[in-house]
Design a binder for this molecule. Sequence first.
Ligand code: FAD
Length: 418
Amino acid sequence: MVNQENMKIIIAGAGIGGLTAALCLYEAGHEVEIFESVKSIKPLGVGINLLPHSVRILTNLDIDDEIAKTAVETRDLVYANKFGQVFWKEPRGRFAGYKWPQFSVHRGELQMLLYDEVLQRLGSDAIKTQHHLLSYVEYEDGIIANFIDRETGDLQAQVEGDILIGADGINSVVRQHLYPQEGEVKYSGNVLYRGTTLMKPFLNGASMVMIGHLRQKMVVYPIQHELNAQGLQLVNWVANLKEADDYQLKVRDWNRQADKQRLLDIYQSWNFDWLDVPAMIAGAENIYEFPMSDRDPLPRWTFRRVTLLGDAAHPMYPIGSNGASQAILDADALTRALIEEPDWQSALERYDAERVPATAQVVLQNRQKGPDFIMDLMEERFPQGFAPDQIPHDELEGIMEHYKQIAGFDVKSLNEKI
Ligand SMILES: Cc1cc2nc3c(=O)[nH]c(=O)nc-3n(C[C@H](O)[C@H](O)[C@H](O)COP(=O)(O)OP(=O)(O)OC[C@H]3O[C@@H](n4cnc5c(N)ncnc54)[C@H](O)[C@@H]3O)c2cc1C
């Protein structure tokens, strides 16, 4: 086995995927440079979840303690119908017997934490912002990537390396080069309305709840464990609505503001004894709308010296909390392949063989509603609510366990890893 250290690896995109890949590859002995389109990285976004399989990788990078300082260690996942009746509850992370926790965290805070960690370990010039990948050219012994200032169009740098990783998100330039005929993202017909609200902790202060059904759903979970001086906690929520066919929102812009009053009208009756949804919506500072969309799985990501990672490779519906986690799994798989394979060609081929089918299954499962399938099942069978003895526990359990196996985080096989 040959350990191929000292490859020069170019990463396009300093999102959670690109930054984690940089840390993993650097720790494996490679020279890594990251290039990011935006002028300065700001803590954008709202909440995301890190499942135990990705926290394992962040723990091996020794950054789990930093994340734990801000994140909430999720205790349980709760499903309820539109009347607030709970029909499924399961422990999560270490509370479910995993060796690693599940974290609910602010996406922007996690990105900044990874960003600082990269600068500390790789050096202050390891990340070049205002460098938008425009194109690349491969030659016999390497690859040259061309970066521009996206605002002015001026050429910023031509960088030579051994491998180029496209971690440049759902509108990936690298993916466009590899699949020029692919076209636009696929819109699901659902729109996500995302907000954060400072409010009194609900349930045990570390629960993630899914309420309703897939035409009108609400996901709620806290993302900071510290309470403020008034005893309030920062809570993330996502309203998921099936919109009319002529609904025109197609632009995938993470920072587009939504109409609060419309949401308040739609959710006005969702005031339960354990959570007041209308008050939570009313208390949000900003609400962002985002068309739920993905892309079809690709047959391959690797073409000689170029490969894809994270949302560039497998954008998926945010169902089952897997978007960021799967990007982190990619980073780990690619690094391990480069450590264990005799040459970079077989390493990239192995990365492809391992991750392309695995993530394709998650993308397709999420189109089939993933674990949230149980919400529609309960709505269809009990549209007016249910009596406790009517809950089909075994059936729900089968659906939940199946998803964990597909997404690679069933407790038994994960705990066998180190
Ligand atoms: C601003 C923003 C806010 C988000 N908010 C949420 C959220 O609230 N909830 C949620 O579930 N998910 C959110 N996401 C998506 C989530 O971060 C990803 O699904 C997941 O973390 C996988 O990350 P990624 O690194 O593969 O992609 P991304 O997080 O999309 O990162 C891609 C990075 O590449 C950069 N980039 C794009 N094109 C180029 C190029 N040509 N050259 C160089 N750099 C390029 C982008 O600026 C970005 O920093 C957000 C993404 C972004 C970019």
